[in-house]
Design a protein around this ligand. Structure first.
Ligand code: HXC
Length: 503
């Protein structure tokens, strides 16, 4: 055999060995926990045959605690590039079979390399986390590695979409990389995120809590809002990431991909003419309205289980990606509270950063009142949403379906926050407050008189605060036409180093 052939054979063998990570035993252990390996995850995430791996032979440089005798090619993370639906993405997936996926300085260098490439090439970054945190044997070097990653997360923010999948442990300061990215997805029962685990919590606060109760997917998807998605399985999680990317552009200079549809622009939905109940205290389902106006009724929801009084997510309208923000009258009457404001503000800012037009559907009775909300800073949190809409320069089309009262009216993409096209249904009530509240303050005013004057869209229409009052069944057509006329929109903001949004 020639020397060259020997060398090629050696390469093939070394590649095969590197692909086994921490070895078959640990791979089996990973499977027994109901988890996939890093490579299996990437295989499912990326288009078949598209993955190109980088730094497969990289090894750590630690000599402490006998680590110089423990080398595994790749050092616990698989990194590289591939495509999803034919579009370039950069990826890293931590390999729990190698030192529990713990982060060494070398691992961070591998991750930073793909992060830098993602920004330079203008392509999304997807990180799949499954790690015991900082590699303890490396001490401060491992911490520095996290710092390097965090800094890149920050610099990449608003430049390329960043998506974090949590497929195992993610604890301690390691949680801050996902927190800095745009979307975090967790897998139920096999992933968790917390700053300190149950045993530390017990010793510090005396509180007894399981891993799942403290930082499982269900908790973060419904209570803290840390996770935007909670998948029932790894396969579902990977499919969700792939689907999400279909609504996003590659970077902040591009448009999201066009998705052709057979759903006619002029499709009317007669049921929308009847959807708002005559009784203002009765609710209806905002999901039905969204389905009635977007292409093929297909809505990709973000933060589905968190702050359900507001709905946010992506859809297509005549093939173009849009961000939908809608109050949900079925949950807390659609009131804006701290969590709803935070949730929608973050979504609006994402859409604005990535050129995705905003469609806002309004039915909001106001902000939630009371000590809990005030002590929790509803003022600052409500201002986040106000700020997000006010600074957004993407096309903004707003439809007021029913209530639009007080401060909440202003916040929900009103004209004065540079709303481009604002429509109202005939059932809209655009006013300082509802009739009941108003007559309690203004004792000499009759409820009927107030209703006649304010609880309709005509005051707003007379003053040009809305462009038109539209028939509900025509909403799809009207919104699409508005979006198409705004496709070339360009709006500047005053020069500044950066803003100081109320955090
Ligand atoms: C080095 C680690 C490690 C770590 C796990 N391993 N975590 N090695 N540094 N942080 C190794 C284990 O020694 C073991 O090696 C292998 O990975 C698998 O770990 P197990 O404990 O056997 O697995 P499991 O029972 O599934 O438990 C997983 C775990 C546990 C819950 C993640 O390993 C654990 O608690 N790890 C430590 C977590 C931690 O405290 N990390 C530091 C957080 S602070 P062998 O060879 O024995 O199989 C932090 C700061 C970041 O991360 C700051 C950023 C600013």
């Amino acid at each position: 055999m020639s020397i060259q052939q020997n060398r090629i054979n050696e390469l093939v063998e070394r590649r095969a060995a590197a692909k086994l990570g921490g070895g078959q035993k640990r791979i089996d252990a990973q499977h027994q926990k109901g988890k996939l390996t890093a490579r299996e995850r990437l295989e499912r995430l990326l288009d078949a045959g598209s993955f190109e791996e980088f730094d497969m032979f990289v090894q750590h440089r630690c000599t402490n605690f006998g680590m110089d005798a423990k080398h595994v090619d790749g050092d616990g993370v698989v990194t590289g590039q591939g495509t999803i639906d034919g579009r370039l993405v950069y990826v890293f997936a931590q390999d729990f079979t190698v030192s529990g996926g713990s982060l060494s300085k070398t691992m961070s260098e591998k991750i930073c390399k793909v992060m830098d490439l993602a920004v330079r090439s203008g392509a999304p970054l997807i990180g799949l986390n499954d790690s015991g945190g900082a590699r303890i044997q490396e001490g401060i070097d491992a911490l520095a590695g996290y710092g390097d990653i965090f800094e890149r997360n920050i610099l990449a923010s608003g430049v390329v979409p960043q998506i974090s999948g949590i497929f195992g442990p993610c604890a301690g300061g390691a949680v801050y990389s996902p927190a800095l990215t745009d979307f975090t997805l967790m897998v139920k029962n096999t992933s968790y995120m917390f700053l300190t685990g149950p045993s530390v919590v017990k010793s510090v606060t005396g509180e007894e809590v399981t891993q799942e109760e403290l930082g499982g997917a269900a908790v973060h998807a419904s209570k803290s809002g840390v996770a935007h998605f909670a998948a029932a399985s790894e396969d579902e999680g990977i499919a969700t990431i792939r689907e999400l990317l279909g609504f996003l552009p590659q970077n902040n200079r591009e448009e999201a991909p066009f998705l052709p549809t057979n759903d006619p622009v002029s499709r009317v939905d007669d049921a929308l003419n009847e959807i708002v109940p005559d009784n203002p205290n009765k609710s209806y389902d905002m999901y039905r309205v969204i389905a009635g106006i977007v292409d093929d009724g297909r809505f990709f929801e973000v933060h589905k289980d968190f702050a359900r009084n507001i709905i946010v997510g992506f859809a297509h309208m005549n093939g173009r990606s849009v961000g939908v923000v809608a109050n949900q009258p079925q949950v807390l009457a659609g009131v804006l509270d701290i969590n709803a404001s935070r949730k929608a503000a973050r979504f609006v800012r994402f859409c604005d950063a990535f050129n995705i037009p905003l469609v806002t559907l309004v039915d909001v009775p106001g902000f939630l009142c009371g000590t809990q909300q005030e002590y929790g800073a509803i003022i600052t949190n409500g201002a986040k949403l106000l700020y997000a809409y006010g600074e957004a320069t993407v096309p903004k089309v707003t439809v007021t379906l029913r209530k639009s009262y007080g401060g909440a009216h202003i916040v929900m993409s009103c004209k004065q926050l540079r709303g481009d096209i604002n429509y109202a249904w005939p059932s809209a009530e655009i006013a300082v407050m509802g009739a009941k509240g108003a007559v309690e303050v203004l004792k000499d005013v009759e409820e009927q008189e107030y209703n006649d004057l304010f609880c309709n869209p005509y005051q707003a229409a007379q003053k040009g605060y809305i462009e038109d009052i539209i028939e509900p069944r025509n909403t799809r057509f009207r919104v699409i036409r508005a979006l198409e006329t705004l496709a070339g929109k360009h709006q500047e903001v005053p020069a500044k180093k950066h803003d100081n949004l109320p955090l």
